[in-house]
Structure formats: C-alpha cells, structure tokens
Design a protein around this ligand. Sequence first.
Ligand SMILES: [Zn+2]
Ligand SMILES: [Zn+2]
Length: 134
Amino acid sequence: MTNTLTGSCLCGQVAFTIDGGLEMAGHCHCSMCRRWHGAPCGSYAKVIDPASFKFTAGQDQYKIYASSEKGRRGFCGNCGSSLTGEEDGRVTWITLTAIHGDPGVQPMAHIYVGSKASWETINDGLPQFEEYPQ
Ligand SMILES: [Zn+2]
Ligand SMILES: [Zn+2]
C-alpha cells in the first residue's frame, strides 16, 4: 500500500500523515476507550510503519494522557479529539475517526465486549471477544 493517509482532530489544529497503511482494525469497548472517546467504543487500527507517522500541523497542541502503565493516548489539547495510541514514544495505533476518507481497512472484530456499556447492543455480525483476543 503506497497511499498516504491524512488525518486530523475536530478543530483541525493537529494534522498528520501516515504512509504504509493500517492493519488490524477493530472496535474496543473497554471502559477507558469509552470514556476517552465519549462513545460506546473506540475504533482503531494498527499503524504498520510507526516511523511513517508525521505531523503536518499542530504538534504543539498534541497532548499525551497516560491511561495506564503502558497506555499512552494522544489527543488534541484544543478540541479534545482522540487521536493515537503510543508505545515507546511511537504512534502505533490510530483512531479510525481521525482519518480523512477511506482508511483502507475495515474493522474485523469487537474487543473487550465483556466490559461494554449495558446500554449498547452490538449487531453488526463481526466477531466479539470478551477481552483482547490471544
Ligand atoms: Zn483539535
Ligand atoms: Zn479499549
């Protein structure tokens, strides 16, 4: 895949590009993702080449929230949009919601369904996993 993906936050101050494509897209229903996204789930994909993630605007507005010992969540400090997951200082996960247009991947599964919100019904037919699939 050689297409360059572009993405941004809601206010547009933080913008980025990714080369090399995405993989392993899915919906996470854990309580942290739900609160972070303000939604029934967070939808993410893995960045195949983390070194290809580049800011094109607003890196100074890009903030990190450490939601757990290893979990690093990047967001826009101005509008609050959920943007990335980082590991070892590199962007390894991207929220599908931040990508402009077709991200080139389709969600394959729902994870952490065991802790989903009681008011959410999942009925799209994708596989559902109680936690993270091993
Ligand atoms: Zn923003
Ligand atoms: Zn989650």
